[in-house]
Write a protein that binds this ligand. Structure first.
Ligand code: SF4
Length: 631
C-alpha cells in the first residue's frame, strides 16, 4: 500500500521520516532515523537508474533533510534485496553495517574510526572483507566529529552531500554501510521495458545539448554564469568577476588542465563526471573525481579564488573527510565576510587572517573544519545557524550576511531570476537548486539558447511571462511547481535529474518516467497518478518541517536578496519584499497551504493523508497551548 501511495526513493523516505521521528528531537540523538531508499527503477537498466536517497532530520537545518547520490551503491543495495533501510538508535562503539545479500552483520569499526573515507574504504574492501567489488557508503572524520554539513561518500567519489547526513551517521557511531548483492530484480514486462529504454537512450544521445553535458558536465554552466552576471563573488557582495579570473575556472580550462577521463554513474549515458589529476605546483599528486560547478563556484568565485588547482585540492580533501563541498565553501565565504567586517576577529580565528582569495588558507580551512580544530575549525563546523548562535551578541549583525534559507545555502545569486528565488524559498529542505530550479534562465538568456527550441518555456506554459525573469506573475509559481514535480519524480524513481526534462527538452519527462515505472512494475501509473504520488511526498516534507516550527516567515530569503546587485550585467536588480511575499502566497494557494504556509486539512485529506492532517493538527494545538501557558 505504501509503495502505491508513495512509490519509493525520496518520496517514501519522507513518509517514513514523518511517521517515525517525533517533533523536537535532537537530530544528532538516537531518536533520529537515517533512512536509505532506492526507487522502483534503481538497478534496472535505464537512463541513470542508479540513484538512492538518504533522509533524516537535518542537523544543519533542524527540518526535513535528504540528499541523493549516484554511483553504484543504490543498485547493489537493490541486488541484495533491499528497497529501504531504516537505522535508529546509537551503537555503543564504532561499527559498520555489512549487508551480504540476506546476511546482515554489525561489525566492529574501532580500527576505522579516525580514518579518511579513502583509507576506510581500502581497509574494509581489502582487509576486512577481501572483495574489492563491495560497495561502500562511508563517513570520514567530519561525520565522526559531527560537522553539521558532513556527508557520507558512496564508493569514494559520489556524495549525498546536502543537509549534514554524515553527522547523523557519526552520531550513531556508524562508520559505514557496506553492501554486496547478487540477486536479480524482477521486471513485469522485460521485453517492452528494454525496447522502451533503448528509445530513451537514443533520444538522449541525439539531443542537441548532449555533447555539451557529456563533455563538460555542469562545468559547462560556468561561462554562461559569467555571461549572465550570476557569478557571485565574496559571499555575494559582488556579482561579476573579471573575465580573466572567470576564465581560470571555466569548464574548458578544467578539461584542458586537469581532466584525464570522463566518468559515469551506473547506467548513465550523460557521464557528466570527470577523473582529474593535478600534476604540478603545491597541490601536485592529487587525484579526485568531480567537480561540479557547485563545488568550483563555492571554493572559487564565492571566495574570490581563481586557483583551480586549489579548488581541486579542496574538493579532494572534502571527499576524503566527507563534507559537502558547497556548504564548506560557502561557510568559509561567510566567515571571510564576517572577518572583513570585523564581526569575527583574530581572537575567534586563533590569530588567522581570513583574507579573500588566500588559496592555501582555503585548503587548510577544509581540514580544520573536518577535525573541528579548536577555534575557527570548530566554529565553522557548526554551519551558519550554529555560528550565529555561538557569536552571542554579535549574532544578529552576523545574520545580515548569512546567505541561506532555512539553514541551507546555495551558490547562485537569484536576484535576477524570480523563479530561482521562489524555488529556493519554498524548497522543502532549504535553499536548493536540485529541488526544482526552473532552468529556463540558463537556456533562454545565454549562449545555450541555440541548443533549445526558441522560447521553449513560453510555449510550454503558454505565456510570454514565462521567461520574463523579473515578472511577479502567478506563472512563476506554476513553473516552479512543474520543475519541483520533475525533480521529485526523478528522486522518487531514483534516476538522475540530469537525464530528465529538467536539463533538456528531449530527455526523460513525466510521461516517460510514468511509462518506465509501469513497464517495470506491471502497474499502470499514468502521469496524473505520478503527480498525485509526488504531491503526497511534497506535502509530507512540508508537514514535517511545519511540525518542527517552520512557518511562512522562514520562506523569506536572506537580507542581501532585498539589496540591489551592485555590479555586473544584472546591476540594480533585487527582490521586492511585498510583491515577493504575494508570490509566496500564490504558491501556497496552488499547493493547498494556508497563508502561513501550513498544509490544510482539506489538501491533505484530498491526497489520502488524513493521518498526517490529524498529527499536524494535534502538534499545532499542543504548540499553541504551550505558548499560551507561557504568557
Ligand atoms: S549525469 Fe552525472 S551525476 Fe547524473 S548519473 Fe550521470 S554521471 Fe552521475
Amino acid at each position: 500500500e505504501w509503495k502505491e501511495k508513495f512509490l519509493g526513493g525520496r518520496n517514501l523516505n519522507s513518509k517514513i521520516l514523518f511517521d517515525e521521528v517525533p517533533p523536537g528531537i535532537d537530530p544528532l540523538g538516537p531518536e533520529n532515523r537515517l533512512i536509505i531508499g532506492t526507487g522502483p527503477l534503481t538497478g534496472l537498466l535505464g537512463p541513470a537508474t542508479g540513484r538512492f536517497t538518504l533522509t533524516a532530520k537535518s542537523p544543519l537545518t533542524g527540518i526535513h533533510g535528504d540528499s541523493n547520490s549516484g554511483g553504484d551503491f543504490g543498485p547493489e543495495m537493490k541486488y541484495a534485496g533491499y528497497d529501504h533501510i531504516i537505522l535508529s538508535g546509537k551503537a555503543e562503539k564504532p561499527v559498520y553495517l555489512w549487508i551480504d545479500d540476506d546476511k546482515i552483520e554489525i561489525c566492529n569499526a574501532s580500527h576505522l574510526w579516525g580514518k579518511t573515507v579513502f583509507e576506510a574504504d581500502q581497509i574494509i574492501k581489502m582487509e576486512d572483507i577481501g572483495d574489492p567489488d563491495v560497495k561502500t557508503l562511508i563517513i570520514g572524520p567530519a561525520g565522526e566529529n559531527l560537522v553539521r554539513f558532513a556527508c557520507p561518500i558512496a564508493n569514494l567519489y559520489r556524495a549525498p552531500g546536502r543537509c549534514g547526513l554524515g553527522a547523523v551517521m557519526g552520531s550513531k557511531n556508524l562508520k559505514a554501510i557496506v553492501v554486496r548483492g547478487s540477486k536479480s530484480i524482477k521486471v513485469a514486462k522485460p521485453k517492452e521495458y528494454l525496447e522502451y529504454i533503448k528509445e530513451l537512450f537514443d533520444k538522449i544521445y541525439k539531443a542537441a545539448i548532449y555533447p555539451v553535458w557529456s563533455r563538460y558536465g555542469t562545468t559547462a554552466l560556468i561561462a554562461p554564469k559569467q555571461q549572465r552576471g550570476e557569478m557571485s563573488v565574496r559571499n555575494q557582495q559582488e556579482a561579476g568577476w573579471s573575465d580573466e579570473k572567470a576564465k581560470a575556472i571555466y569548464g574548458e580550462t578544467f578539461l584542458n588542465r586537469f581532466v584525464v577521463k570522463s566518468k559515469a554513474c551506473f547506467s548513465c549515458p550523460v557521464h557528466c563526471a570527470h577523473g582529474f589529476v593535478i600534476k604540478e605546483g603545491p597541490y601536485a599528486n592529487t587525484y579526485a573525481e568531480g567537480m561540479e560547478w557547485g563545488t568550483i563556484g563555492c571554493f572559487g568565485n564565492q571566495l574570490d579564488n581563481p586557483r583551480l588547482d586549489a579548488i581541486g585540492k579542496a574538493h579532494e580533501l572534502a571527499s576524503q573527510y566527507g563534507m559537502d563541498t558547497m556548504s564548506t565553501g560557502l561557510m568559509i565565504a561567510f566567515a571571510m565576510e564576517l572577518f572583513q567586517r570585523r564581526i569575527l576577529t583574530k581572537e575567534d580565528t586563533g590569530g588567522i587572517e581570513l583574507n579573500w582569495g588566500d588559496h592555501e588558507l582555503i585548503v587548510e580551512l577544509v581540514r580544520k573544519i573536518a577535525y573541528r580544530e579548536e577555534g575557527i575549525g570548530d566554529l565553522l563546523a557548526e554551519g551558519k545557524l550554529g555560528l550565529i548562535q555561538r557569536l552571542g551578541e554579535r549574532g544578529a549583525e552576523a545574520a545580515r550576511y548569512a546567505n541561506h534559507i532555512k539553514g541551507l545555502d546555495e551558490l547562485t545569486d537569484f536576484r535576477s531570476d524570480l523563479g530561482r528565488a521562489l524555488n529556493y524559498s519554498v524548497s522543502t529542505r532549504g535553499a536548493d537548486h536540485l529541488r526544482g530550479l526552473p532552468t529556463y534562465s540558463i537556456w533562454e538568456d545565454t549562449d545555450f539558447k541555440k541548443l533549445f527550441e526558441e522560447k521553449y518555456w513560453d510555449k510550454k506554459f503558454k505565456s510570454p511571462k514565462a521567461t520574463d525573469f523579473q515578472a511577479y506573475d502567478p506563472i512563476r509559481a506554476d513553473i516552479v511547481i512543474f520543475t519541483e514535480t520533475v525533480c521529485a519524480a526523478a528522486d522518487a524513481i531514483e534516476i538522475c535529474k540530469f537525464n530528465t526534462e529538467w536539463m533538456a527538452q528531449e530527455f526523460v519527462n513525466l510521461t516517460t518516467m510514468a511509462k518506465m515505472v509501469s513497464l517495470a512494475t506491471g502497474g499502470n501509473i499514468g502521469v496524473e497518478g505520478l503527480r498525485e504520488i509526488l504531491e503526497r511526498g511534497w506535502q509530507i516534507e512540508r508537514a514535517f518541517s511545519v511540525r518542527e516550527g517552520m512557518r511562512a516567515k522562514d520562506d523569506i530569503p536572506y537580507p542581501r536578496s532585498f539589496e540591489p546587485i551592485p555590479s555586473g550585467p544584472q546591476k540594480g536588480k533585487r527582490l521586492e519584499r511585498d510583491p515577493f511575499e504575494n508570490l509566496l502566497q500564490v504558491y501556497y494557494e496552488k499547493r493547498g497551504w494556508d497563508s502561513n504556509g501550513i498544509p490544510t486539512r482539506e489538501r491533505l485529506e484530498g491526497l489520502g493523508l488524513k493521518e498526517v492532517a490529524d498529527e499536524l493538527e494535534s502538534t499545532l494545538r499542543l504548540t499553541l497551548s504551550a505558548s499560551l501557558s507561557l504568557l
